[in-house]
Design a protein around this ligand. Structure first.
Ligand code: KG4
Ligand code: ZN
Length: 386
């Protein structure tokens, strides 16, 4: 089965083509597995999907000067880019739409995301599905970030029996969302908690804007923090930012106060200091650590409370090297064999938006195909996962 997927929920125009070789998807679950501790009797992974092509056309350069995504501009760029990206992807996958070996299924992100952007992808997918006379599957973007964990390294998916990993606690951290989700199966999710204001990625983006580091903020903050850590171990600035809601006995987050604390600290410094590499590095490292501390603490608490067999990360912020490293180390430290949950994070390039994860989501929900009802597929900014 060949799946073509389209993802335009934010500022990246993404199209991917995936070939599935799975015989019995109901009883199997693919993971890119990062084991914190070695387990016995793990079933051996097999190659069940192949990425024929995966293109992400970034609009970063266009949105840079606004310090964030400008929705109407993003919509215009998606409209311009989609036909070009589709052409590239088909060429890479050595597929022609007129071919007999054509696409079997189309998956498209319907939400959550920026509604004007989502509609471009949805309308494009509807037209394509009509033209090719193939089913169209609506995909939830948050679920797709979770299922991005199923992308194996080396462009192959790996399969194991998924039931032994459930229930799993999933942390989806992106520019638009920060959610802790209890996963009891594919399509069976319960949102345990979420941010009450800014998402973690949004906090990084706004912090970077305050510090003059550009967009997207997450990678810029991470880079400054890493340089500062390696070069200036002892800071003279004594910056201490808040860890919002870290001790509250719920699974919610709040990051807008953290960004405001960065702003106050920044404004309290003399202009010369504000521009110094040393200060920027120190405050970037502290802001990054504050976000990491909260994310780890709340996720591990949820994992313990719900006796999770796996902790699964997804979303652009999960590409953060420090977060990945510290999560792994903390799980190793906190748990003893054999009760430690498995820990999964996608390859960094599958943490940020891509259409491979959309294709996988479409694959697992392929029974929902609305062959006769294409017009009923709608884009929704606030589509819930539950
Ligand atoms: O998942 P994503 O590509 O798009 C949304 O669904 O929002 O996430 C984008 C977010 C941005 O806020 C970006 O700053 C953040 O992910 N991000 C990172 C890193 N790479 C991207 N944050 C921290 N560290 C990174 N390495
Ligand atoms: Zn995303």
């Amino acid at each position: 089965m060949v799946i073509l997927a389209i993802e335009t929920s934010c500022d990246d125009t993404c199209v991917a083509i995936l070939k599935s070789k799975i015989q019995k998807p109901k009883t199997e679950f693919p993971f890119m597995e990062t084991k914190v501790k070695k387990r016995t009797k793990s079933s051996s992974p097999s190659k069940s999907f192949e990425i024929l092509s995966n293109v992400v056309s970034s609009q970063v350069e266009i949105h840079k000067k606004w310090g964030g995504v400008y929705p109407s501009l993003a919509k215009r760029e998606h409209q311009r880019n989609l036909p070009i990206v589709l052409k590239t992807v088909l060429k890479e996958a050595k597929l022609a739409l007129s071919d007999s070996r054509r696409v079997d299924l189309i998956a498209v992100t319907v939400g959550p995301g920026l509604e004007p952007c989502l509609w471009v992808g949805v309308n494009f997918a509807i037209e394509l599905a009509k033209k090719l006379k193939v089913p169209l599957i609506p995909a939830n973007h948050i679920e797709a970030h979770i299922l991005a964990n199923f992308v194996g390294g080396n462009s192959k998916f790996q399969i194991t029996n998924y039931k032994k990993f459930l229930p799993a606690v999933c942390l989806v951290v992106s520019g638009g969302h920060t959610q802790l989700i209890l996963m009891q199966g594919i399509g069976k999710y319960r949102i345990l908690g979420e941010t009450r204001d800014d998402a973690a990625g949004e906090c990084f983006d706004k912090t970077a804007r305050i510090l003059g580091l550009g967009y997207p903020g997450g990678p810029a903050i991470a880079q400054q923090a890493a340089q500062w850590k390696s070069q200036i171990p002892n800071s003279k600035f004594q910056i201490c930012l808040p860890r919002p809601m870290i001790y509250q006995k719920n699974y919610d987050f709040s990051f807008s106060g953290l960004k405001t604390a960065v702003l106050y600290d920044f404004k309290s410094r003399p202009p010369k200091i504000r521009k110094s590499k040393e200060y920027i590095g120190a405050i970037a490292a502290e802001a990054q650590q504050a976000v990491i501390d909260v994310l780890i603490k709340k996720t591990l608490r949820a994992a313990k409370d719900f006796k999770a067999k796996a902790i699964i990360l997804g979303g652009g912020v999960a590409a953060n090297e420090e977060l990945r490293k510290q999560f792994k180390a903390k799980i190793k430290k906190d748990y003893n064999l054999p009760t430690a949950p498995y820990f999964y994070i996608p390859d960094s390039k599958f943490c940020t938006d891509n259409a491979v994860m959309t294709a996988i989501t479409g694959y697992y929900h392929r029974k929902k195909a609305q062959r006769e009802n294409l017009e009923r597929i709608e884009a929704k900014a606030n589509l819930r996962l539950e």
